[in-house]
Design a protein around this ligand. Structure first.
Ligand SMILES: Cc1cc2nc3c(=O)[nH]c(=O)nc-3n(C[C@H](O)[C@H](O)[C@H](O)COP(=O)(O)OP(=O)(O)OC[C@H]3O[C@@H](n4cnc5c(N)ncnc54)[C@H](O)[C@@H]3O)c2cc1C
Length: 275
């Protein structure tokens, strides 16, 4: 067990993807993460895959936490999911609003993640440890930073135990966010989400969607490497390892790695940090 350092996976959609994930996990299991979380698709696309992946991870001897999202869901459907998780003795959830697939009109019975956290607490008391999402660079739909902080506080007031952030490459954004949380009396652990850099184009696309900023100097360097994947990965490893070590040196309670079901970059960063 290594503190609060954890890994995130998504449920594979094909048999080949499942095999690749198993191979990645065999490598990553050697890092002894505190837990592995598994994403949960909005609109129901990967719900069964989330549970199956969680159970498989547990059978390999690691702690696992499914994500659960509420947008597009009814109370009855979420009650069923919670019941299913409880019946498997799952005690840890990452609770999110989720995003509706484009073209979907029906938002269901929940609008925001604080309503989901409240519902989980109403239905299941203290059975689950609940993680929620936090956004040091603010959620793209937030009207103002203060609105976003208020939204985060509502999730904590509803019963969240800890939080994992969206990834970021500006450490100062994280520290500023923690200061604002402290001023607002929010004192749950907030673990930075870490995105290793594997591909410049995918990272740019991802970041545009989720509102994470790639600092200009990083973006320009990545663009400058063109198709030279080896240089992109080497530069990315240096940048992300340095970010992680600065975060840990200043007291971040742990690191949560978005592995994208790949082992090598996360393993290298983890080992360079001596976690
Ligand atoms: C660690 C992590 C894991 C994730 N895992 C998944 C996953 O497994 N599956 C998935 O589909 N997505 C996942 N996401 C993405 C997430 O679902 C999206 O970022 C989504 O847009 C917001 O989810 P949330 O839980 O942060 O929502 P919320 O906390 O509800 O916030 C969403 C937006 O609404 C605003 N808001 C909140 N409450 C109110 C209110 N009462 N009035 C007005 N505005 C309000 C907030 O400021 C914010 O802009 C993850 C994100 C993170 C950071």
């Amino acid at each position: 067990m290594t503190g609060l350092h954890s890994l995130e996976f998504f449920p594979p959609r094909t048999r080949e993807g499942a095999e690749k994930l198993r191979a990645a996990r065999r490598q990553l299991a050697q890092l002894s993460p505190a837990f592995c979380s598994v994403t949960f698709g909005a609109g129901g696309s990967t719900r069964e895959g989330t549970l199956a992946t969680v159970l498989e991870i547990r059978s390999e001897g690691l702690a696992a936490a499914p994500h659960i999202s509420c947008i597009g869901s009814t109370r009855d459907s979420l009650r069923a999911v919670l019941g299913q998780y409880r019946s498997h003795d799952i005690r840890h959830l990452v609770a999110l609003r989720g995003d509706l697939p484009s073209g979907t009109a029906d938002a269901g019975e929940f609008r925001y993640a604080n309503e989901l956290v409240e519902f989980i607490r109403q239905e299941t008391g203290d059975w689950f440890h609940i993680d929620v999402a936090a956004y040091p660079e603010y959620h793209p739909q937030a009207k103002t930073p203060q609105d976003d902080l208020d939204s985060f506080r509502r999730k904590v007031d509803a019963g969240a135990d800890s939080a994992i952030t969206q990834y970021f490459y500006n450490a100062d954004a994280f520290w500023s966010f923690l200061d604002q949380c402290a001023d607002a009396g929010i004192d749950i652990p907030i673990v930075p989400g870490i995105m290793p850099i594997a591909s410049a184009t995918k990272l740019a696309r991802f970041s545009d969607n989720c509102g994470a900023e790639i600092p200009r100097w990083i973006r320009r360097k990545l663009e400058g490497y063109g198709d030279d994947t080896a240089s992109i990965r080497a530069f990315g490893l240096d940048v992300v390892t340095d970010l992680c070590s600065r975060l840990l040196a200043r007291g971040a309670p742990g690191l949560h790695f978005y592995t994208l079901n790949q082992a090598s970059l996360t393993t290298t960063i983890w080992q360079r940090l001596g976690l």
